[in-house]
Design a protein around this ligand. Structure first.
Ligand code: TXA
Ligand code: MG
Length: 318
């Protein structure tokens, strides 16, 4: 991972353009939203998205929120149901995130959606964020811009304190107005509250009626193992720490494993391995044979990779 000092960018037109350019180049840029500062990366760039997890030191690949400048751009990536459209029109732009069905052939990195067939989307109201998103011209994945396990940042100084030597730049527009993360609603079917946040639940219910509750997510915490429905699981049986290949298995290698069908990173680079993880699992799954996975180191970023692999290998229906 790069070790450098983040550029501190003023939120004027030069700063906003610089932030957009860095994002297009695949760098990490923290930016203000009305809720908290986000740690942005090009959501179509596997490697840039992997760098988010590395910079945050996240213990697992929770799916990320994709930020867009306007409602028109949402339909390139997601399907808006009637109810989703109703909430979107009422509360976007704003501190609201909607989980929606992912459009087929979407260019979004599978690392953003953690291999799920849904995508979390938010149109922030912050004018600086929206201008930056417009200039970037691509979807921007962004969790809160803090190290994993630390609280969400509401000033550029908070961001620099945690991530100053791990990201390219921070776009500084002073403190965030809301200071609390967005409300997340699953709008794939009947509307369900996933995380309370910047839009009051009462205000949403007043427009669309009662929300279902029950499966609340928590920013950086790994999802409970019981919540298997919210994790990507291949159809194929997955066997971990495989040192031999049995029967008709296909082998997913790491660091140049002999006889591997695909190798997460022939050079043993953890960031590259993370960037390839979901894409390669999907490819192997499509071959319709059981998948064997070579041992992956558990140091550093490897912990997150192993966490996701063990979820993929967990028996289904538990
Ligand atoms: O206010 C916010 O929402 C901030 C700003 C930067 O936009 N972002 C933020 O991101 O709080 P993060 O990564 O800290 O929290 C995102 C939450 C996680 O709990 C994740 O599990 C959930 O969104 N999430 C993302 N995609 C999902 C999906 N497809 N299904 C269910 N939950 C999802
Ligand atoms: Mg967070």
């Amino acid at each position: 991972m790069a070790d450098f000092t983040a550029e501190l960018l003023d939120a004027d037109s030069d700063g906003i353009l610089r932030a957009a350019t860095l994002l297009r180049e695949g760098s990490l840029v923290a930016f203000p939203t009305e809720t908290v500062y986000g740690l942005g990366a090009d959501a179509t760039n596997d490697r840039a998205v992997a760098e988010i997890y590395a910079a945050k030191g996240r213990p697992s690949f929770n799916p990320l929120i994709v930020h867009l400048p306007d409602l028109e751009s949402v339909e390139q990536f997601a399907i808006l149901t009637r109810q989703a459209r109703e909430i979107a029109q009422a509360f976007w732009p704003g501190p609201l995130t909607l989980v929606l069905p992912l459009k087929a052939e979407s260019p979004i990195s599978k690392l953003v959606t953690a291999g799920l067939e849904t995508i979390a989307i938010r149109i922030p109201a912050h004018p600086v964020a929206r201008q930056m998103l417009k200039h970037a011209g691509r979807p921007i994945a962004a969790p809160s811009a803090n190290r994993s396990g630390h609280i969400s940042p509401t000033t550029a100084a908070h961001v620099l304190g945690g991530l100053g030597n791990r990201i390219a730049a921070v776009l500084d527009d002073g403190p965030c107005a809301v200071g609390l993360e967005s409300t997340i609603i699953d709008a794939c079917g009947s509307l369900r509250l996933l995380r309370p946040g910047g839009v009051a639940v009462e205000d949403i219910e007043q427009r669309v009626g009662p929300l279902e509750t029950g499966a609340v997510v928590n920013g950086d915490a790994p999802n409970a193992p019981g919540q298997l429905a919210s994790h990507y699981a291949p159809n194929a049986r997955v066997r971990l720490n495989a040192t031999t290949v049995e029967n008709d298995e296909v082998l997913l290698g790491f660091g140049g494993t002999p006889h591997a069908e695909l190798d997460l990173s022939p050079d043993g680079d953890m960031v590259e391995a993370a960037a390839n993880l979901f894409e390669m699992l999907h490819k192997l799954d499509a071959m319709g044979r059981p998948i064997a996975v070579a041992p992956i180191p558990t140091h550093g970023f490897g912990l997150a990779i192993n966490d996701r692999l063990s979820r993929a290998a967990a028996p289904k229906g538990t």
